[in-house]
Design a protein around this ligand. Sequence first.
Ligand SMILES: Nc1ncnc2c1ncn2[C@@H]1O[C@H](COP(=O)(O)OP(=O)(O)OP(=O)(O)O)[C@@H](O)[C@H]1O
Length: 462
Amino acid sequence: MTLNELNTYSPVVAVTVLTVFAVIAAVWLGRYIAADRTMKASIRQAVKVRWGWKRLARMQGLSVTDKMPTALASLTTDGDKTPKPRELTPALKVKPDRFGIVARANCLPKVGLEQFQKAAPHLADAWRCVRVSVMPDGPGHIIIRGVRRDPLITPTEHVPTGEEPEDLATWHLGVDDYAQSVTVPLKDVPGVTVAGLPGYGKTSLINRFICDCAPSPNVQFAVADGKVSTAYEGDYADLMHRLFAFVGDDLDEANALFKRLVKLRRGRSASIKDVLGVKNMWHVGPSEKWPLTVLILDEAHTYFRDYKGSDRETKRLAALTAENARLVEDLVKKGRSVGILVILATQKTTGDAIPTFIRDVCPVGLSFAQKTAEASVAALGEAIRDWPDANPMHLQDPSYVGVASMALQGRPGFTRVRTPYVDDAHAAEIANTTGHRTCDPQILLDHYAPARIDLHKDDEAA
Ligand SMILES: Nc1ncnc2c1ncn2[C@@H]1O[C@H](COP(=O)(O)OP(=O)(O)OP(=O)(O)O)[C@@H](O)[C@H]1O
């Protein structure tokens, strides 16, 4: 191609390049105009981060000098001069989201995860973020999360979709301090404890779980709410249509419910192999004929209270609460493989509120705000003392209503989670529209495996 021919094509190339840039700019502008205020701020932040990156990276020591000239530099440099060394900075791709930005970078020799993590507080200052985290993103790559707004003190609301959840084995709790989604795998989990001072979001957390699962016929709920006396008062009144059983603070009624569920547990244990062909329900997952059965004990301490006194009625109540503890222990210790999950919510998880032989076998524990260090330890274990930042004692502020601390599988230490609020009206609507999914799991068991369980015989006989 001659120089003249090249000259003829250059306007076409220039127009094409300009058009491509104009289209990209128009798409970005369109996105910016369509975005709400929060998102607009994040888009502006992402642009600033990207534009200032080279300079900032050099100032933070996140660059390397490459003294070895490239082949092109060697060829184009005059013979008596040496090519200039190149200053390399990691390539950065930035995406905005509601809380700030997510940036992906590649590592360079001597600029890796460790160097980025060291620079994180300075990046946070330069990017006007409240927090910046750096995590590996596959070999040779890292992911940087910068949050402009603190996700923990930003209340969120969850509107249940009313659609069947794809996966019943995963409980979506909320977001962590970097606005990353936090989930708990429920597969093979027999018990969950939820602790926290009154009014900090225990019930709302459980509400969300019920509302999200309710559209599926593969899960059934029973509730014992120690805060109320009748089914039509209190936090679960709106959900009544979707519960196959409900009891209030009456100890006899609660005792009868726990016995009923232990009977179910034993019936399931005896027939699981015949009905499902496996010994562990989680190997095939919950189904309509063998639904995950969730027992929720709100204000759980009501049912385990230690009654002290020598009169007849007090002695009777003391015997009843002791039996309640044994029955719930049975469900937590032996219910996992047959698809029974127990969720215990209470203000304190000290031994006087939930017997330690029940609490200590629940592998998942969350705690909303706590008043004392002892209460935090009772809720989350001794290890919380080593992670003072995540101690739920520091969540005693109205801005932390709905924030819980918990240990998560695969993450060191403790994670603080902002759980969303579920409006009572939405919960009521879900319960009304999914009420037809409610079915007593005992009826299903009797149908698929006629029961031969005698509660007076011990387990081995079952
Ligand atoms: N996740 C949340 N985000 C924002 N506000 C919340 C959240 N959860 C609860 N709240 C607010 O706190 C109030 C009390 O919440 P909730 O009933 O869940 O607390 P609780 O810990 O169960 O209290 P109690 O022990 O008295 O039952 C709610 O009415 C709501 O106004």
